[in-house]
Write a new protein. Structure first.
Length: 86
């Protein structure tokens, strides 16, 4: 599954600590490799069609999942307090 990043999400990812950014990329890649596996750190987003939020420590990664196109589109990477506006 291909992962694409919106400009704002990528900008945030580049600003955070390298170890945490690597952890976020790793968790997202693990989800992309097996999206059918149960994941207790994943929740669906209300108001966003096919939208999900992945919890990675104190960070939240919001994305849409397009299974037909085999693509994950990350639109937000935010600290826990700033990610709950959906």
């Amino acid at each position: 599954m291909r992962i694409t990043w919106k400009k704002t999400a990528l900008k945030t990812l580049l600003k955070i600590q390298p170890a945490k950014a690597a952890d976020i990329r790793e968790k997202l890649a693990a989800f992309a490799a097996a999206p059918d596996q149960p994941n207790n750190n994943l929740k669906s987003l209300e108001g966003v069609e096919n939208g999900y939020r992945l919890r990675v420590g104190d960070w939240r990664v919001s994305f849409t999942l397009d299974e037909d196109a085999d693509e994950i589109d990350v639109f937000e990477v935010a600290p826990r307090g700033g990610a709950y506006r959906w």
